[in-house]
Design a protein around this ligand. Sequence first.
Ligand code: 6PG
Length: 251
Amino acid sequence: MAESLSALRVLDDGAALARAAADEVAQRAADAVHTRGRFRCALAGGSTPRALYRLLAGPALSDRFPWSATHVFWGDERHVPPDHPDSNYRMAREALLDHVPLPAGNIHRIPAEDPDALNAAVRYDAELAAAFALAASELPRFDLVLLGLGPEGHTASLFPGSDVVREERRRVAAPYVPQLAAFRITLTPPVLNHAAAVLFVVSGEEKSAALAAVIEGEPQPDLYPAQIVRPHDGALLWLVDRAAARRLRRA
Ligand code: 6PG
């Protein structure tokens, strides 16, 4: 297997980070559509990507973006309805999807309104299988997976101490997260590591300790789950701002 290409770029601040991330997404979308006829991307949740999504919907990028050939998915979702303030879908809809000509059939939402989180995961797995025309145990190869980093080193909904960090078979899981006292629905490491490219976007001083531990610390993914993300045959790019990079030796 080809080694992961791993790169780190430090941007001056959150606004510069969002611009660099938006340009990276737009470039990968153009490349994917040019070479494969479509762009399949898993969006990150949380708050950091909001500025990036707004730029993708903005005048500088939206008109050139291949929306009709783009399919969006989510890397994870809170176990809430799509109109809930905590919904990752709602954040992306408000910042991006409501403002761009993305065909409705190209939006592959995690059905997190299902009262049974495990059933939501089963339904989302079926959505992936249909959208990627997958055989039973085949993994989807996303052109790009966007990820954030929690202050304690989680990514997507892979939290410290969770069995899902070591998942090797399932494509989608519905872990109960004791730290949140809530269920989540998440892509698993096999899917994340099968991507053609993974882009972490990390901003703020509160992430600096986790970022240093994940990138420069000893490999201990049960403590810092973001370490489990190492695409087997794809690019791994970290876009971080100066505040988040403060404790890095190599920045
Ligand atoms: C979520 C995300 C999660 C997020 C990190 C960083 O559902 O919350 O998938 O992994 O990326 O918690 O969140 P912020 O960008 O809000 O700091």
